[in-house]
Design a protein around this ligand. Sequence first.
Ligand code: FAD
Length: 474
Amino acid sequence: MEKSLIINGLVALVGQDNVSTVEANILEASKDYIGFRRHERCEGVYNVARAACVVKVSSTKEVSEVLKFLNENKVPVAPRTGGSSVTLGIEPLEGGVVVDASNMNEILEFNEVDMQLTALCGTPLLYIEQYLNERGYTTGHSPQSQPVAQMGGLVATRSIGQWSSLYGGIEDMLVGLEAVLADGEVVRIKNVPRRSTGPDLRHLFIGCEGTLGFVTETTIKIFKFNPADRWMNAYEIDGTEVGLKAIREIIVEGYRPAVVRLHDPMEVQMLFNNCTTQGKALMLFVAEGPASITKATGEAVDAIVKKHGAVSLGTKPVESWIVHRNDVSFDMDKTSDQYFKMGLLADTCEISASWSQIGEIYKAVCARIPKDVPNAAFVGGHSSHSYLNGTNIYFQFALMAREVQYAESDYMSVIKIIMEETLSRGGSIAHHHGSGRYRTKWMPQEHGTSYPLMYKLKESLDPNCVLNKGVIML
Ligand SMILES: Cc1cc2nc3c(=O)[nH]c(=O)nc-3n(C[C@H](O)[C@H](O)[C@H](O)COP(=O)(O)OP(=O)(O)OC[C@H]3O[C@@H](n4cnc5c(N)ncnc54)[C@H](O)[C@@H]3O)c2cc1C
C-alpha cells in the first residue's frame, strides 16, 4: 500500500495529531537498546529500516481499528509501549507502522480484597509500583528497566524482576488480560485465581513479543509490602561453582529469599568496586515478607552459605546494590554511554539451564570468548533468578570496539558462542529478554519439534503475518 494512503487511513482513525511522519520521531520510536545498536547510535549511524509513520493509540477501540486497517492492507506492524527492548524486538520493517500504546496509561482498578490491580498496557511499571508502595503493597516485579518499561511490553516479553525468587516472573503475576488480534478482534481472558478449563490462553500473549496479538489491558497480583522487615546480607565465596552449589541447596531445601544473586570475580571487579577478597565471588541475599519468615529465611541462608565456606560481608554491599541497581542510562548518545566512552562494545546476554548444566555452560562460554573472539576485552556473569531445577546466567561481555561497520558482526560473534554452548547442553538461549529478531535464527534448535506449533498459532492468529514479522519466527 502506498505510504500516503497508509497515513491518510490512520489519520482518519486516530486524528492528525497522533500520526507522525517526522524522521526524528520515527527513529526515536524504532530505538532498540541492544549493545551494537547503542554503539552505532553513539557513532551517529542509524541502521534501522524506516517505518512509514508512528501512530499513537489511546484506547482498545483505536488499537482494534488501527490493526484491522493495517491487516487488511497487509502493512507490517511494530507494537510498542516502553521501548526498552534489547533484542531488536521493536524495530519496524521498511514501510511498516510503529503502533505506540504509551498513551494508554491508567490504573483502572486497585482491588485490595482480591489483591489485584488492573492497568492499561502503557502504564509504567514504576508508576504502579510507587502507587502500590504508598498503600503498603508491591507488584513484586522489579526488572532493571523498571524506570521505563510498561505493562504491555513487560507481559509481551515474559519479563522478570530482581525479586523473582520470591515473587516469580510476570507469568506468575499476570491474572488476566485483554488483547487485540491482528484482524482487530478484541479478546479478554478473565481474572480468576486458577481454572481448569483447557489450555491457559494467557500464555498465547505472555512472551509472544507482539507476534500473536497486541496486549491492551493487564491485571496483576499485588503483595503486602513491608521493607522494614527485610533480612539482607552479602557474602564472599570461593568462586562461581561453589556459589551455584550453595544457591541450589538454599532453594532445594525450600527457602525463598526474594533476591538471590551470585556475581563472579569479574563482575565484582567491574560492578562492585572489588568489595571481596581478590578472586572471590559475591553473593547478595534479601528475604522479604513477614518478619518471622524473613528471620527464619535469613538464618537458614546464613547457615547454608557458611557451610559452603562463605564469609559474611555484612549488609552494606546489599544496601548499596538496592540503591544503585537500576542506575543504567537509557540515553543513547556518546556522552552518556559509559562503555562507548571506554572504547568498548559491551552488553549482557541471559540464558538458563538445569543445575547439572549451568556451571558447564558458564565455564565453556567464559573460556571460549577470549579464545575465539580476537578483540574480546572481558566476559563474566551472574546468576540472579533461581528455581528448584536450575538457574540463569546473565553473561556480561565487552569487546574492544572497532570501526562502527563491525559492531553488529563482532557483537553477534559473541552471541553465537553463548547460543551454541547453551543449546549443546540443553539450556534455553533466552531467560527473560525474549527472542526479538537477533535470536530468531536459533529458535528452531531452541524449540525442536515443538517449533512448528508456533507457526500454526501464527497462521491462525495472524495469517497475513503483519505483527512483528521476524521476531521469534523467521
Ligand atoms: C537497561 C535495561 C535493563 C533491563 N532489565 C531487564 C530485567 O531486569 N528483566 C527483564 O525482563 N527485562 C529487562 N530488560 C528488557 C526490557 O526492559 C523488557 O523486555 C521489558 O519487558 C520491555 O518492556 P517495554 O514496555 O519497554 O516494551 P517494548 O520495548 O516497547 O517492547 C518489547 C517487545 O514487546 C512488544 N510489545 C510492546 N508492547 C506490546 C503490547 N502492548 N502488546 C504486544 N506486544 C508488545 C514489542 O513489539 C517488542 O517486541 C532490560 C532492558 C534494558 C534496556
